[in-house]
Design a binder for this molecule. Structure first.
Ligand SMILES: *Cc1c(COP(=O)(O)O)cnc(C)c1O
Length: 423
């Protein structure tokens, strides 16, 4: 597989190089030079999830890593299901939260961890990543116990839920967590600065694991096929998928699935009040405003770092950006939707509720909507309990983490301080 740097198209790399480097020159994102098109989509849709995922990822990676290796990595990473739950007549939720840390990021993080440990061999590596919530848990869990890989996770102090914090800041071992006095965007900037510091990179074998890493995006393609596979056949060609978006990695993966031949009528880019993309899609103006805190805090991103990939992909496929619908959902609408879903018998959480609300606003009568359930309701217990008047029991994974002490250290919003900690 060959990828090129979106900022410097003359810089091309292999998949292994892209995974190891994270970003190209001038912080450019890597993007596939060509996208494989599957000619047996119907056949694939009839296959079980893991076997189909092996075939999908082999179309990208088989040449470079070997088909047997890819199969082994996929089987080891995808150990849980992604059921499609019918929520009302025309809406389904693809539940991506049945993995070890109860969020969709388990898919990408577990695949990436296995790819990296395969590529690293005997070398020692440092993973540096920023999280607005769920990435931290997914990355920490995916790498925990891999002794040749040290993981450093930055998160915005006081801006993630206490339970989310417990999930990745109580592990210890090869997982180090730093709470930064700043926003998620500040954390992302610190990570980007570290990746620009060549001597630092060399000294600690720096690697990235956030949603800019191409291995995560490729893994995420697989569950879009799973969503369509579970739809009743007569509805497959009317599928509209609403993606609750922050950094837009998830939406990029959905578009890659469509580029490979998955029948999806259209995608909705659903955001909370951090609505840079919906405003851009309607006005053509890219204007980043200060990040605001919402209940769907994993989507509190005002400068989404995967957006250039969405544009590159649409351009490569000759798709107009106008085919993407951007829908920004206010806090009040999110709350109303969560309550309405619950009244209809479906327990959800704020991120999925944003995507569901966007479907309710946008779906035409002949269409069939799928929204992505990106996190388990209990991960956002504070919001869900308060809005629905419940006292949700904690799933086992959360209950165990909740009683452990936090092992995080605080960090000023300063690159020098970060560097000192890393060295
Ligand atoms: C990360 C995350 C999102 C946003 O996904 P992107 O790929 O960054 O757009 C949505 N919901 C939840 C629960 C998340 O953790």
């Amino acid at each position: 597989m060959e990828l090129y740097n979106l900022k410097h198209p003359d810089q091309t790399v292999s998949f292994s190089q892209a995974v190891r480097q994270g970003l190209g020159r001038d912080r450019g994102l890597f993007f596939p030079s060509s996208m494989p098109k599957l000619d047996n989509v119907d056949e694939l849709l009839a296959m079980p999830f893991v076997e189909r995922s092996v075939a999908i990822l082999n179309a990208w990676l088989g040449d470079e890593l070997g088909e047997e290796t890819v199969a082994a990595l996929v089987r080891d990473a995808f150990t849980f299901d992604a059921p499609l739950a019918q929520v009302c007549d025309r809406q389904y939720c693809l539940e991506l939260f049945h993995g070890p840390t109860l969020a969709f990021k388990d898919f990408g993080a577990r695949f990436l961890a296995r790819v990296l440990s395969h590529l690293a061999g005997d070398e020692s590596l440092t993973i540096l990543t920023a999280t607005s919530g769920d990435t931290g848990a997914a990355v920490a869990d995916a790498f925990y116990g891999l002794d040749n890989i040290k993981v450093v996770i930055l998160y915005p102090e006081g801006r993630i839920s206490p339970l989310q914090e417990k999930m990745f800041c109580t592990l210890g071992g090869n997982i180090q967590t730093l709470s930064v006095a700043g926003s998620f965007d500040d954390c992302q900037s610190l990570v980007k600065l570290a990746f620009e510091d060549e001597p630092l990179k060399q000294a600690i074998g720096l690697n990235s694991a956030n949603s800019i890493n191409i291995a995560r995006l490729l893994a995420q393609i697989c569950y879009y096929f799973e969503a369509v596979a579970q739809l009743p056949e007569e509805r497959r060609h009317q599928a509209v998928i609403s993606v609750p978006s922050g950094n837009f990695g998830n939406l990029t993966a959905g578009l890659l699935a469509k580029a490979m031949g998955l029948p999806v009528k259209r995608f909705i880019a659903a955001t909370n009040s951090n609505d840079t993309v919906p405003r851009y899609l309607s006005s053509g103006q890219w204007e980043v405003r200060p990040t605001v805190a919402t209940r769907s805090n994993a989507m509190d991103v005002s400068a989404p770092n995967n957006w250039p990939r969405v544009e590159a992909l649409c351009q490569a496929k000759g798709w107009s950006l106008a085919q993407l619908e951007g829908v920004a959902v206010s806090e009040a609408e999110c709350e109303t939707q969560l309550t309405a879903l619950h009244k209809g018998g479906y327990l959800s959480e704020p991120h999925a509720a944003v995507a569901s609300r966007a479907l309710s606003l946008s779906l035409n009568p002949e269409e069939c909507g799928i929204f992505l359930g990106t996190a388990h309701p209990a991960k956002f217990k504070e919001s869900v309990d308060e809005l629905l008047g419940l006292d949700l029991p904690l799933p086992e994974a959360l209950a165990q983490a909740a009683v452990k002490p936090l092992l995080s250290h605080s960090l000023a919003n300063s690159f020098e301080d970060l560097k000192a900690k890393l060295l």
